[in-house]
Write a protein that binds this ligand. Sequence first.
Ligand SMILES: *[C@@H]1O[C@H](CO)[C@@H](O)[C@H](O)[C@H]1NC(C)=O
Ligand SMILES: *[C@@H]1O[C@H](CO)[C@@H](O)[C@H](O)[C@H]1NC(C)=O
Length: 349
Amino acid sequence: MAEVKASLICGVVVAFLSSAVLAVVEDLDDTFKQARLDDVWLVDFYAPWCGYCKKLEPIWQDVGAELKSSGSPVRVGKMDATAYSGIASEFGVRGYPTIKLLKGDLAYNYKGPRTKDDIIEFANRVAGPAVRALPSKQMFEHMMKRHDVLFVYVGGESPLKEKYIDVASELIVYTYFFSASEDVLPETVTLPELPSVVVFKDGAYFTYDEYEDGTLSSWVNKERFQGYLEIDGFTLYELGETGSVWIKLTLIQRVAKEYREHFNRDFQFGHMDGNDYINSLIMGEVTVPSVIILNTSNEQYFLPSEPTETMEQLVQFINSVLNGSSQWREIEGAQQYLIHFNEKISVEA
Ligand SMILES: *[C@@H]1O[C@H](CO)[C@@H](O)[C@H](O)[C@H]1NC(C)=O
Ligand SMILES: *[C@@H]1O[C@H](CO)[C@@H](O)[C@H](O)[C@H]1NC(C)=O
């Protein structure tokens, strides 16, 4: 009798454990293709042999547990992409692990750092509405404090709003999008016309002008960074995706700010701590502080041939890169850069 009891308890415990594990991170198979349409899913496509996937595994369990306990509607799963390679390739999986959020017909790639907090922030942002309403002044101020770069659509229904929603549905992988009525904005903000799309950043605000700024999506892509950035390997990678040229140096915040109108279209300004990363990139030796301009689209870089100690000298150097009179060099460490990048952020199989 005692034996029966013991095995009963055992059975109950096992059943409880396995259902708890299933509920937190679900193991997906080929039925997933149909099943996914009813819910929002966060999926880790992994390969059993891949080391980075094994590293992600405990983090993934934590992500599943936290999303569940916070009451999030996002379901968390993982799929062995080697066993279900047909589905994996339909989802565009080319490396391991690949993290995607699937929402209706849409699939969003996660490319940020693989930490629990970053992944959860991404899931909550992308799973929610593409455009979030800011109904009050308090809410607006709260969001201003939380976000370094804040995109807001101001006005009622309009073709511009439809465009804004389209752009938001695509670019929500990078940033939040809000909408508000004019009376929610601080009194100091005066918009030339309504409706408008405005970005608040660097202690100022800038309005999208469809005649000057090109498409709304290219404008958002350019404006989603602060004017002056602390740059690391990951930001560099993100900037590369926007195809913009960026510049690394010390003490050039003033140029970034005062010459915004001239250079904002082509340059991202920022600085990097130390020279290790940049030296490994160009396989050379720059001293600190130095000025360098990298073209992330074609892996060329520029070093000034004259001193760049004053604003004028710096502006002249940037202009000479723009007008093609500065000598470019090939980033010989491009390979190194990729290795570095792979170690830190992602692996392509
Ligand atoms: C950066 O690279 C792109 C792509 O090759 C090129 O079109 C652009 O002119 C380059 N920019 C500069 C400043 O060299
Ligand atoms: C390019 O710009 C530099 C710096 O402003 C200037 O000195 C140079 O004359 C310009 N070259 C051409 C070909 O426009």
